[in-house]
Design a binder for this molecule. Structure first.
Ligand SMILES: [Zn+2]
Ligand SMILES: [Zn+2]
Length: 244
């Protein structure tokens, strides 16, 4: 995405989200029904965040593009030499390869991850959030019955929840750039609505559990899927680059 368009994308996304949320006439259903759908959307986003996280953690790095060299760099990572090398590698990398690298390296060295801003994480998850919002918008002509309204509502919520996957994750780590987010996450952890930093640390050590990044409530399913994929040989432990 051109850099000069980026400042407009955050307000544009939220304006479009509100527009899609406001347009339909809501079907007559008790508030409890919509609340249950919101919980369903939350758990659904949590589950898919876990599956995508497995993919990012176990996707091999492209050696030919220099990612291994970048990953195993032994010198000073704040040096001009490393910064130049990083720019050269990322210049020929796709959006997905950059995210895979960012994810893998944060398991080993979380400090740079704590300095990323709201805007940085916004653009990591924006494609998925925009896709879900587009699906919700496409549902608008159909929203006159409870079933279509329910699908539209879940897509709308999943869009904004998925958008904040990495913000939540960075706040669990104690982001230095999103202090209010960290306070909110600490509160949600206290009342059991969010995975603990301790549990997430277990993920960083072994890469066998704790993949879900929204609330962690569907980890029990995703942990089993990860074990099964490893057992089948569809993903390899050799690609796991967690803490040593
Ligand atoms: Zn991970
Ligand atoms: Zn982490």
């Amino acid at each position: 995405m051109p850099a000069n368009l980026k400042p407009f994308m955050i307000p544009l996304y939220f304006a479009l989200w509100l527009w899609v949320a406001w347009l339909p006439e809501y079907s007559a259903a008790p508030p409890l029904y919509w609340l249950l759908l919101a919980v369903l959307a939350w758990l659904n986003a949590d589950f898919y965040s876990g599956l995508i996280h497995i993919y990012l953690d176990y996707r091999p790095l492209d050696k030919h593009k220099g990612f291994e060299r970048l990953f195993h760099y032994q010198g000073d990572r704040s040096s001009a030499e490393f910064e130049l090398m990083k720019q050269q590698v990322l210049a020929q990398a796709s959006w997905l390869e950059e995210i895979v690298y960012s994810f893998k390296i944060h398991h080993r060295n979380v400090r740079p991850y704590l300095q990323f801003t709201y805007s940085h994480f916004f653009f990591e998850t924006f494609p998925a959030a925009a896709f879900l919002l587009a699906l919700a918008a496409l549902m608008l002509p159909l929203t006159s019955g409870l079933l279509a309204d329910s699908v539209w509502f879940i897509l709308l919520l999943c869009s904004v929840i998925a958008l904040h996957t990495n913000h939540i994750h960075a706040c669990v780590h104690g982001s230095k750039q999103m202090r209010r987010g960290v306070k909110l996450i600490r509160f949600l952890q206290k009342i059991g609505l969010m995975y603990s930093a301790r549990r997430h640390h277990e993920h960083h050590k072994a890469g066998l559990q704790g993949f879900c990044l929204i609330s962690g409530h569907t980890d029990f399913l995703v942990d089993r899927i990860c074990g099964w994929l490893l057992q089948k040989g569809w993903i390899s432990q050799a690609e796991w680059r967690g803490e040593r």
